[in-house]
Ligand binder design. Structure first.
Ligand SMILES: [Zn+2]
Length: 255
């Protein structure tokens, strides 16, 4: 997967088209790039990991790689669960310096799922029920977890309709979780979004204070579905593909 970027120096000189170029997506969100005219700078991607993984799944779906799509959707949900638990932990009073260890301790998917159940209960006073029963009918009566395990661990090639049903379930589950955080823990939600971004800027600044940094935001599938009323997965998927996914972005200069 690669992301578009614009060189702000070229833009200042009035010679940049958009995009100036593309760079491979980096897992840590930090991208060292050099434009055709030799300007070197860093592009820091603002989108949370779960948005990027969801888009990775949608791109695979569009290309007919249904197994890879399911694997990416599953990874998106797990990334979101980690995000959710950390945001609620902050809401419950966890000091900032405890968050990195929490992140490490929740690397295993079963632990993460358990932590989501508890933090969801603490936050909303209701049990966590992401509609497993409803989607199971579309997954050959398998639970979403059972389906994911078959695809990811046993190498099963799912048909398109099952990959889409699973993707739609992940999409709804993540958007429900975001809505809960926005309602019950809006400050912690924003903080969880901002922290990796601030860390990335700081790390680069300490290493290379003279090099320019820009923050990019990619228009993602989950962003497209987050409005009110929420749009159905397949409708958003169609719009997202037509809108030329990964081409639209907002550009902010680091100060
Ligand atoms: Zn340039």
């Amino acid at each position: 997967m690669h992301i578009p970027f614009t060189c702000t120096r070229c833009a200042e000189e009035g010679i940049a088209g958009y995009p100036t170029g593309y760079v491979d997506l980096s897992d840590d969100g930090k991208h060292e790039v050099q434009c055709e005219r030799g300007h070197r700078f860093y592009v820091i991607l603002q989108n949370p990991k779960y948005e990027l993984l969801m888009d990775s799944g949608a791109l695979a779906l569009g290309d007919g790689y249904y197994r890879e799509a399911v694997a990416s959707f599953a990874a998106a949900l797990e990334a979101f669960w980690g995000f959710y638990v950390r945001a609620v932990a902050r809401k419950l009073g966890a000091p900032e310096d405890t968050i990195p260890r929490l992140r490490k301790e929740l690397k295993l998917s079963e632990r993460r799922r358990g932590a989501v159940s508890l933090t969801h209960l603490a936050l909303t006073k209701t049990n966590y029920a992401p509609g497993d029963d409803k989607v199971s009918a579309q997954l050959g009566k398998r639970t979403p977890t059972g389906f994911r395990n078959e695809v990811v661990h046993e190498g099963v090639f799912p048909p398109r309709d099952e990959a889409v049903a699973y993707g739609a379930w992940v999409y709804e589950t993540i958007l429900d979780g975001i809505a809960e955080l926005r309602t019950h823990a809006p400050e912690e939600f924003e903080l969880e979004l901002r922290t990796p971004l601030a860390d990335a800027h700081q790390e680069i600044f300490q290493r290379e204070p003279e090099v320019r940094r820009t923050t990019h935001y990619i228009g993602t599938l989950l962003q497209g579905g987050a409005g009110v009323p929420r749009r159905a997965f397949e409708a958003v998927l169609g719009h997202w593909s037509q809108a030329n996914a990964w081409q639209s972005l907002r550009l902010e200069e680091a100060t």
